[in-house]
Design a protein around this ligand. Structure first.
Ligand SMILES: C[S@@+](CC[C@H](N)C(=O)[O-])C[C@H]1O[C@@H](n2cnc3c(N)ncnc32)[C@H](O)[C@@H]1O
Length: 336
């Protein structure tokens, strides 16, 4: 009996740092953070050698895995009958999205990871050897750009990649994914810029005939007025001793903020009626939910299409109140 995917990944990543003095691991992470900071896309990979990719995998991969898993779970809830037969992860690096897809849809399937950084692919292959279902993944060198082609597949994931690309390369990647796949899931950091890149990609996917399955409960334009706010979510990640060493503090966890879009060629069978887009506020006898709604609410924006609104669920709502207390930021509302 194999370990659950998340446990197997944690053990495999912990093994990477075995024998590496903590000071050296900490320095590799600091170097990596410095090379990402204030960076604009260039012609060469950031992940150049094994030290870079070990630092990336140990420090960032648990968080990117948690964010992608969270996005895929919400996507899977909107398409409950659908299981990807084949998966391509573009800019997959050490394979976080492959592990996340394995956690959401257990079993084996043809999987290809494309990336231009050979050391990342090598380490991805090594980490994946820890899980029987991931042993046959193909790790293939490929450069994202105008010449990118993606083989025909069911699912394409693109996680934490758009922010490393120029605008023409982002467009080429989204178009190649839309041509190749039945479903495309894009995840970016949960920053205003990450949200903007997700919206850009979302517009392109809708333009190519895709339906939005998550997080939006509709495929119409996002109701957020640009520059006033940004749609994002959070996934809880346990902090390793390496995290505590680099970031200080003693918290056992941190929240990885991310923005995402999941889109399908087919209409989702169970789309959310609305989505909780902020952390619910629990007050005495009431829960305040900020929602993105498929149908116009009753507020001033009523009749203008999808809208953001706040709803208050009180004890008087009976079972719905209990459900509201159990609801998290990012969940569909009301629960199925
Ligand atoms: C921040 S990492 C994300 C890795 C992985 N998807 C994850 O979520 O952990 C960005 C990845 O994109 C790859 N990448 C960036 N620009 C690329 C390009 N032009 N062609 C191919 N891969 C690229 C990098 O090598 C790196 O592995």
């Amino acid at each position: 009996m194999s370990l659950p995917v998340a446990d197997a990944l944690r053990d495999s990543l912990a093994g990477l740092l075995d024998g590496l003095p903590p000071r050296q691991a900490g320095q590799a992470v600091e170097r990596l953070i410095a090379s990402y900071r204030g960076r604009t896309p260039t012609d060469a990979p950031i992940l150049r050698d094994r030290a870079d990719v070990v630092a990336y995998a140990a420090y960032r991969m648990p968080a990117t895995f948690a964010a992608v898993r969270s996005a895929l779970e919400e996507f899977a809830a909107a398409v409950p009958e659908w299981v990807p037969g084949a998966h391509v992860d573009v800019g997959g690096g050490t394979g976080a999205a492959v592990w996340a897809a394995g956690a959401v849809w257990p079993g084996t399937r043809p999987v290809t990871v494309l990336d231009w950084a050979e050391p990342a692919l090598d380490l991805g292959r090594e980490i994946a050897a820890a899980h029987p279902e991931l042993r046959d993944v193909r790790w293939q060198r490929s450069r994202i750009g105008a010449a990118l082609t993606v083989e025909s597949t069911d699912l394409v994931t693109v996680s934490y990649v758009l922010n490393e690309l120029t605008a023409p390369d982002r467009a080429a990647l989204v178009d190649a994914a839309a041509t190749a796949a039945r479903a495309v899931v894009i995840v970016e950091p949960g920053t205003p810029d990450g949200y903007t890149r997700v919206i850009e990609a979302r517009d392109r996917l809708v333009g190519a005939g895709f339906h939005i399955a998550a997080p939006c409960p509709h495929s119409a334009a996002c109701p957020i007025v640009p520059g006033t706010d940004w749609c994002h979510f959070a996934a809880r990640v346990s902090r390793s001793s390496l995290h505590r060493q680099v970031k200080g503090g003693s918290l056992a966890y941190e929240d990885e903020k991310f923005a995402y879009v999941a889109a399908t060629r087919f209409p989702p069978a169970a789309p959310a009626a609305s989505r909780v887009v902020r952390k619910p506020q629990i007050r005495k006898g009431q829960v305040l939910l900020d929602l993105c709604e498929a149908e116009p609410g009753t507020g001033p924006e009523a009749e203008t299409g999808p809208a953001l609104c706040r709803t208050t669920v009180t004890k008087r709502h009976g079972p719905l109140y209990k459900a509201a207390r159990d609801t998290d930021w990012g969940d569909a509302w009301p629960p199925a």
